[in-house]
Structures are given as structure tokens and as C-alpha cells.
Design a binder for this molecule. Structure first.
Ligand SMILES: Nc1ncnc2c1ncn2[C@@H]1O[C@H](COP(=O)(O)OP(=O)(O)OP(=O)(O)O)[C@@H](O)[C@H]1O
Length: 212
């Protein structure tokens, strides 16, 4: 199982499609348009932060279970980043200490290996697309999801900046599987053929090491 990671607008969904096509493997997406809690959360984060996280955890575990059918399955986001986002929101006072404790122990419980089962929860490879804060803002603007726009809520600027910074540390500390980073500022794999070939070659090389 290959899992994409990176901040909002990093290009995870696009790279998932590209990689799954390249590897002839199934892709697993978490649909943003069908998520009825997300717009509510952006409107009233304090009220909906915990509910949103439970929603995401549930969806993410579903995808992990389905993705297990093929070792080259590609998922458009990791469950670990949900925890990163939740902790950012908790630090902003949008969740109580009890909610944080329950969340952390639920996640740990969900991800714990089951003795005697070969069902794999952690990915074989985590790919992190790193983008600068400027790129992140441009992509969010260009994509135009209304609830994500800074024009509609200027507190989102600080939220996005903090999120982008936390990702750097999160990736450095991540040690639950092999990992690799793609420089999303340098390699525009959606619009530049040479960049796309380079990224796919880098992933192939890493996968050879990891999955043989
Ligand atoms: N655990 C979470 N907690 C809060 N918000 C979340 C969480 N997971 C996703 N989101 C929100 O869901 C939306 C989609 O995020 P996500 O990064 O998964 O996809 P994306 O923005 O389409 O990324 P990409 O462009 O890299 O495909 C964003 O508004 C993001 O803030």
C-alpha cells in the first residue's frame, strides 16, 4: 500500500491518479465534495472539530481495509495526517482535553496490529509532497473550494501557515514505514512532462527497494 501525504493543495489527489495509472493499481480517494461535515467545520470549527475527526478516522480505516487487496494500492491521504490536523485544531482550542485523549487512544487502538492476522494497516511506502506556503496558498485559491478561501475567513491564513510548518516536522519524525519526499514546488508533475517522468522514476526506484 502506497500512501500520499502533504498539506492542503499539495497535489495528493492528482499524484494518486497518476501513480495508480502508472502502476496499474487501484486508487483510493476520500471525496471532499461528499463530505457534509467539512463545510460545517470550516464555518464553526469549535463545534465540529471532533465530529469531523471521527468522520475522517472512520473513512480512512475503511480505505485502508479496501486497499489491502493489492500491494500497489494508492491512497490519497494518510490517517496519520488526520492526527496532525486534529492536534493543530486542539491546540487552537477547538477541542477539549478529553476529546484529545479519546481521539489519541482510538487511533492507537485502530492502528494496533492484531495478533495472528497479516492485515496490514501501515503503508509500505509513504510519499510526502512538500510545497511551500506560497504554493499552498496559490493552489487553494486556484482550486476555489469556497469554504477554504481566505477571502471568506481571514483566520485561515494563520491556520494554513501553521499547518504547513507542522508538516515539515511531522514528516521528519515519521517512522512507521519507508518514506520519500517529492519537492512539489520544483516538480510540477501535472503540467510538465519531464517533471512527471522524473517523479515516476523516483517512485519506481524507491518501490523497487521497498516492495522488490
Ligand atoms: N483530519 C482533518 N481535519 C481537518 N480538516 C481536514 C482533515 N483532513 C482533511 N481535511 C480538510 O479536507 C480538505 C481536503 O484536504 P486534503 O488535503 O485531503 O485534500 P486536498 O486539499 O484535495 O489535497 P490535494 O490537493 O493534495 O489533493 C481540506 O480543506 C482539509 O483542510
Amino acid at each position: 500500500m502506497i500512501v500520499l501525504s502533504g498539506t492542503i493543495g499539495a497535489g495528493k489527489t492528482s499524484l494518486t491518479t497518476l501513480l495508480a495509472g502508472h502502476l496499474n493499481a487501484p486508487a483510493f480517494y476520500e471525496s471532499v465534495d461528499d463530505n457534509e461535515i467539512l463545510p460545517l467545520f470550516y464555518k464553526d470549527p469549535k463545534k465540529y472539530a471532533f465530529l469531523l475527526q471521527i468522520y475522517f478516522l472512520n473513512k480512512r480505516l475503511d480505505s485502508i481495509k479496501e486497499a489491502n487487496i493489492n500491494k500497489y494500492s494508492v491512497m490519497d491521504r494518510s490517517i496519520f495526517e488526520d492526527s496532525l490536523l486534529f492536534h493543530l485544531n486542539a491546540d487552537l482550542g477547538r477541542s477539549t482535553e478529553t476529546e484529545v485523549d479519546i481521539y489519541d487512544s482510538l487511533l492507537q487502538n485502530m492502528m494496533e496490529p492484531i495478533t495472528g492476522s497479516d492485515f496490514q494497516k501501515n503503508p509500505d511506502l509513504l510519499i510526502y509532497i512538500k510545497v511551500s506556503f506560497e504554493t499552498m496558498l496559490q493552489r487553494i485559491k486556484r482550486r476555489g473550494r469556497s469554504f477554504e478561501q481566505i477571502e471568506n475567513d481571514d483566520s485561515l491564513y494563520d491556520y494554513y501557515r501553521e499547518l504547513n510548518q507542522r508538516y515539515t516536522k511531522w514528516y521528519a519524525d515519521y517512522d512507521l514505514s519507508p518514506k520519500m519526499m517529492i519537492d512539489g514546488d520544483r516538480y510540477d508533475f501535472m503540467n510538465d512532462d519531464t517533471a512527471r517522468e522524473q517523479v515516476l522514476a523516483d517512485v519506481d526506484q524507491k518501490l523497487k527497494k521497498v516492495l522488490g
